[in-house]
Design a binder for this molecule. Structure first.
Ligand SMILES: *Cc1c(COP(=O)(O)O)cnc(C)c1O
Length: 715
């Protein structure tokens, strides 16, 4: 018979307690914005962590129970786990929060935040671009501030595609299916453990759906999923892909998101204090809310008034063509039961979404439905607000644009989620462990301007470490990519990026208005820039084009070919399969973040906001957020605060300004070194960026603005 000592029993109990804590940790993606938690998972199984694209679930599943317990017997691992679990639990338990002070009643009646995509982490690809990143960051900061919020989206089993280039540099897409058992999600079930199943009529069929729950710190996201055995195959596929399929799929997805979302919230007994529509995709939720009111006996006008009081709308899209518009035929077919449910005829129903009510040829525009049935609407930067007011004047009797009731709240980023361990430790060391609590306070950041507080040498050393990290990670990808694509020149072992080169980054969706190839408009002039031995320059480019956007794919091909051209080979790199992880490397490792949208089409843009905390500088057209962020000292502007309506003319002006800025300002300043080989002016610019931009362009400030200006009712 084995003899067990007390000490041994106590160790076992402690390890079991920690193992339970780790299980709770894994199923709350708070770990995606806590570098110490990530380090813990990496320590438990580096292989599972790396192979799964950093999934804590994969790590947990790789270890047997006994192995996990045994790991935790180690003093080092046990202490690490204890520290992270303690941090997590005190985060959840903290009562001294911004939300407790400003909106305590949201605890009973949370904000319901609807968005067609959410970008949280590389291991959960249910987003396609900036809109999703914004939603993910919104939910994370709501948790940090303790603004109770429930997110609603769809569970896209095929996610967004993975990108590969073929030997021609043409983008190919594939959709490896996600297995919910390998994600930090749980099926939503009732008290008996049965899935909660709701229904929604699409055309003539009741389509069933269930939901997955994702814990996001203090808050929750529900992902609705039509992949149920009782559904016909084409209905099971409604939620297969992010913005997948044709117009029928699109309307079906939007019905599921909006109407399905409200039905699901009712089924789990949630009565939100406010519904926030992030873009028009979810606007059908307003129909469901109106239907509920009418079913209770209200007149249409009273129903609409009651719904309007509860809903707010954020519009991003600055061009009329970008808004969802659905034809009368499509609406008649897919929403055929709705006019009757709302006690109106089909014409009246269509008028709910018409820019010209009464015009039978006018389609149903989701933005119109949203603007007319919400109590407040906003755009996502000051300029985007001006553009939106001008664009929708006709819905308000053509009043002057300033009187159109669309305001703006400029987007931000969730700083911690975009940070890597090096930067995190840097700020923790220099600003103290409580620094994250002060993210939105400008006076807290002022000390960074003072070289006695933070020396030039220390900032420069951070820059080199981050660049090294990025170079090593991208080199690995490039070698792998090169081996697969094959053809032509190879990087033949030598480091294909240089830490002393001024490194420009450009990564975002390859929508054509973002003009990824602007820097190469004059290829000879570009070649001169990239081939000055005294002032070495390199550029890293990454991004996906929408699967149906041949224009965007053409730009990728053009960049890929340039990267194989002897004049640019080894200096211009295209990195396949842009995702949150690649973004995190590039926004930290690059020296300059280039942004060249055709103004005013970049509603806000957020990638440039991710760079500042790492000491990377923005070089951007004065569009979206940068028009507000740039103050002449904290980065670089391309051109003026204006634009022409003539696209060709504007492209020409912007190209010239971009080259001039690089040749006369950016490159000379970076290579202007003193006796210690430090670029003092450049570093001064980095300080100015940190002081002026970090406290402003973050989602804590943004969510606090939403809460005070939009979520809380002002009588
Ligand atoms: C930040 C981010 C975006 C948005 O970038 P913009 O420059 O605002 O277009 C898109 N995709 C990923 C993966 C990101 O991290």
């Amino acid at each position: 018979m084995a003899v067990t000592s007390h000490a041994s029993l106590a160790m076992h109990e402690e390890a079991t307690r920690l193992a339970d804590g780790i299980r709770r940790l894994v199923y709350n993606i708070w770990w995606t914005w806590n570098p110490r938690a990530q380090q813990l998972f990496k320590t438990l199984s580096e292989e599972a962590w790396v192979k799964s694209n950093h999934s804590a679930v994969a790590v947990l599943q790789a270890l047997t129970h006994d192995e996990l317990i045994a790991n935790l017997y180690s003093k080092r691992v046990g202490a690490m786990a204890a520290e992270v679990i303690e941090e997590f639990e005190s985060y959840l338990a903290d009562k001294n929060t911004w939300g407790a002070a400003h909106c305590p009643h949201f605890r009973q009646h949370p904000v319901a935040y609807f968005s067609a995509e959410f970008g949280f982490h590389e291991s959960l690809p249910v987003y396609s671009g900036g809109l999703g990143i914004l939603s993910g960051d919104h939910l994370k900061s709501s948790s940090d501030l303790d603004v109770p919020m429930i997110g609603i989206t769809l569970f896209y089993r095929g996610g967004y595609f993975q990108q590969r280039l073929n030997a021609d540099g043409w983008q190919e897409e594939n959709y490896p299916p996600m297995d919910p058992r390998k994600l930090p999600v749980e099926l939503v079930t009732d008290a008996q453990g049965e899935p909660i199943v709701c229904k929604l009529k699409i055309a003539h069929t009741d389509v069933a759906f269930h939901a997955w729950r994702l814990n996001v710190g203090r808050n929750v996201l529900y992902l609705l999923d039509t992949n149920r055995p009782e559904n016909e195959l084409h209905h099971r596929e409604i939620t297969a892909r992010v913005y997948g399929g044709d117009q029928t799929t699109r309307v079906s997805q939007e019905l599921m998101l909006g109407v399905g979302g409200v039905r699901f919230l009712r089924a789990i007994g949630v009565d939100p204090s406010v519904f926030h529509l992030n873009e028009g995709h979810s606007a059908f939720l307003l129909l469901e809310l109106i239907r509920e009111q009418i079913a209770q006996g209200k007149s249409l006008a009273d129903a609409q008034a009651a719904v309007r009081k509860k809903a707010v709308f954020t519009t991003h899209t600055p061009v009329p063509a970008g808004h969802d518009r659905f034809s009368r035929d499509l609406m008649d077919h897919l929403l055929h039961c709705w006019p009757e449910a709302l006690k109106m005829n089909t014409e009246q129903f269509m008028d709910l979404g018409r820019e010209q009510p009464g015009n039978p040829a006018d389609p149903f525009t989701m933005t119109v439905l949203a603007l007319q049935n919400t109590r407040a609407a906003n755009a996502v930067s000051e300029l985007n607000g001006e553009v939106s007011r001008e664009m929708w004047r006709h819905l308000y009797n053509n009043v002057e644009a300033e009187k159109v009731p669309i305001g703006h709240i400029t987007n931000g980023v969730h700083i911690l989620g975009w940070m890597n361990r090096v930067t995190y430790s840097f700020w923790e060391y220099n600003l103290g462990v409580e620094w994250l609590k002060h993210i939105m306070q400008p006076d807290f950041w002022e000390k960074v301007a003072d070289p006695r507080f933070l020396s030039d040498e220390v900032i420069w050393s951070l820059r080199y470490r981050l660049k090294r990290q990025m170079i090593e990670a991208m080199r690995e990808r490039l070698e792998f990519q090169q081996a697969r694509i094959g053809g032509g020149m190879a990087y033949s072992g030598q480091l294909p990026m240089h830490p002393d080169s001024l490194t420009i980054g450009f990564a975002r969706r390859f929508a054509t208005y973002k003009r990824a190839a602007l820097l190469f408009s004059d290829i000879d002039r570009a070649a001169r820039l990239f081939n000055d031995p005294q002032r070495p320059l390199q550029m890293v480019i990454s991004g996906k084009a929408h699967p149906r956007d041949d224009g965007g794919k053409g730009l990728i091909q053009q960049i890929y070919r340039i990267s194989r051209d002897p004049r640019f080979f080894g200096k211009v790199f295209f990195i396949e399969n842009y995702d949150i992880q690649v973004a995190r490397y590039l926004v930290s490792g690059c020296d300059v973040w280039l942004n060249t949208p055709r103004r005013p089409l970049e509603a806000s843009g957020t990638s440039g906001q991710k760079t500042t905390v790492h000491g990377c500088l923005n070089l951007s057209i004065l569009d979206g957020w940068w028009r507000e962020g740039y103050d002449g000292t904290n980065g670089f502007a391309i051109g003026e605060d204006t634009n022409s309506n003539n696209v060709a003319e504007q492209d020409k002006i912007d190209t010239e300004n971009l080259y001039a800025m690089l040749e006369n300002d950016v490159i000379p300043e970076y290579f202007d070194r003193d006796a210690m080989d430090l670029p003092r002016k450049w570093i001064q610019r980095i300080r100015r960026a940190m002081v002026t931009l970090i406290p402003q362009f973050n989602t804590d400030r943004m969510v606090a603005d939403y809460a005070t200006k939009y979520y809380l009712e002002h009588e």
